[in-house]
Design a protein around this ligand. Structure first.
Ligand code: LMR
Length: 438
């Protein structure tokens, strides 16, 4: 068993710390604490990027990781982000002191206002807490951990399919007893199985955590209608469940923050307590800055400081203090009406480019006469299209056409451009007409 003793700093005699030693001129492997460690599987979505980079074909296209690209196929640093970064670089009053454990106050309050709306009763009545975290992942991890420790959370429900890291966090990292699933995607009609979803959530035990994608569901791009959200809110209340919104795409889905936050705000209006994990990776293009916030809506302002203090203890043991750079950029934009307006223009531009790529891919497939229905490409929303392509066809895209995407058939629409969309459409046509899935 490994104990703190195993890694004592001064234990230079220990063979456990030695990789190999020489005995009578012969090299022998010494005992190692690591000898039983098995190699982990690579994270598929990031492995794709590595494989794509190693591909030397000029035809290559990476439709894997969910990151925005311009029509030239390159990452976009939002002009408003650049502008604020330049201001920050020139501002000699800024330093690199620790932030409070709960984060940069202007950022967390701005993030809470963004998701709940300025006049939200939860804000007005001081019933909403914002806590900075390492992007959406960190916010979900923090919330999952808090629920596990303080609300006896042991069962979480995720849609099928979902962002795989939901399993990683609830099952592997925080070790909930069970991560159960609820029906979401109906493969035959390539749309939402709302009856199945409602039925499964209804069957959840009291107190179960229900992961809900607030908008632009990853990976399907299929969202609930407002009436369907109302029904889910009703079930959540009836069954006393604990909703946990994953809000990775607010603003990015429709280009309109209000519309993309509708479901979350509706739950506030119904007096439901919930968690909402916000990421600013997509909407601000700040992927590697790890800018996130966990919003907690409670029904009584008295709980706020208690919850916050417990979260501080959890965060302290995970990352201790959150990073400043990205949070300061977002805070500056969210708290300045002129910059906010500029940012709104950017999210409109990004989401509009995605809409036009959906339309172009759809039209190409239609004119090629590709078998099957492809309306879902234009009906789905947000960064991804869940194409319906099977794993063999995905392999075919890669081997024959240098097009990289997840084996689930999810493609990142932001990586399509006016220059590569025809190539991608022809490749899809080729694999659909020549490769049959079992
Ligand atoms: C994605 O879904 O491609 C992104 O959110 C990257 C990730 O962390 O999985």
């Amino acid at each position: 068993m490994l104990t703190a003793e195993t890694f004592r700093d001064d234990d230079t005699q220990s063979t456990q710390c030695t990789i190999h030693s020489r005995k009578k001129g012969k090299k022998v492997m010494a005992k190692s604490v690591f000898s039983n460690v098995q190699a982990g599987l690579p994270i598929a979505v990031f492995q794709l990027t590595i494989d794509y980079k190693a591909d030397t074909s000029p035809l290559k296209v990476n439709l894997g990781v969910g990151a925005y690209r311009t029509d030239d196929g390159v990452p976009w640093v939002l002009p408003v982000v650049r502008q604020v970064e330049e201001q920050m670089a020139a501002d000699r009053s800024l330093d690199h002191e620790y932030l409070p454990i709960s984060g940069l106050q202007d950022f967390t309050s701005g993030a809470v206002r963004m998701i709940l709306g300025d006049d939200s009763p939860a804000i007005v009545q001081n019933r909403a807490l914002g806590f900075q975290a390492l992007s959406g992942t960190g916010a979900i991890r923090l919330g999952a951990d808090f629920i596990h420790k303080h609300l006896n959370g042991n069962v979480a429900y995720v849609p099928v399919p979902t962002w795989p890291n939901h399993y990683g966090i609830f099952q592997k990292a925080v070790q909930y007893k069970e991560v159960r699933t609820y029906r979401y995607w109906r493969a035959e009609s390539r749309d939402l199985d709302f009856e199945g979803m409602a039925e499964d959530i209804k069957a959840a035990p009291e107190g179960a955590v229900i992961i809900l994608h607030a908008c632009a569901h990853n990976p399907t791009g299929v969202d609930l209608t407002t009436d369907q959200w109302k029904k889910i809110a009703e079930i959540v209340q009836e069954r006393k469940l604990l909703p946990f919104f994953d809000c990775a795409y607010i603003g990015f889905a429709t280009g309109d923050v209000e519309k993309d936050s509708w479901a979350v705000r509706y739950f506030v209006s119904k007096g439901i307590e919930f968690f909402a994990a916000q990421s600013f990776s997509k909407s601000f293009g700040l992927y590697n800055e790890r800018v996130g916030n966990l919003t907690v809506v409670m029904n009584n302002a008295d709980y706020k400081n208690r919850i916050k203090s417990q979260m501080e203890l959890i965060a302290r043991a995970m990352w201790s203090n959150p990073p400043n750079h990205g949070a300061r950029i977002v805070a500056t934009v969210l708290n300045n009406p002129a910059l906010y307006k500029q940012w709104q223009g950017h999210i409109k531009e990004m989401s509009s480019r995605v809409f036009s790529m959906r339309e172009m891919l759809y039209q190409h497939l239609k004119s090629l006469g590709t078998p099957g229905t492809w309306n879902h490409i234009v009906d789905q929303i947000g960064m991804f299209t869940f194409t319906g392509l099977g794993p063999k066809q995905v392999q075919g895209l890669r081997n024959r056409h240098h097009i990289y995407c997840l084996s689930t058939g999810r493609i990142n629409m932001c990586a399509l451009t006016t220059k590569n969309v025809e190539h991608v459409a022809k490749a899809i046509h080729d694999v659909v007409t020549t490769i049959t899935e079992d």
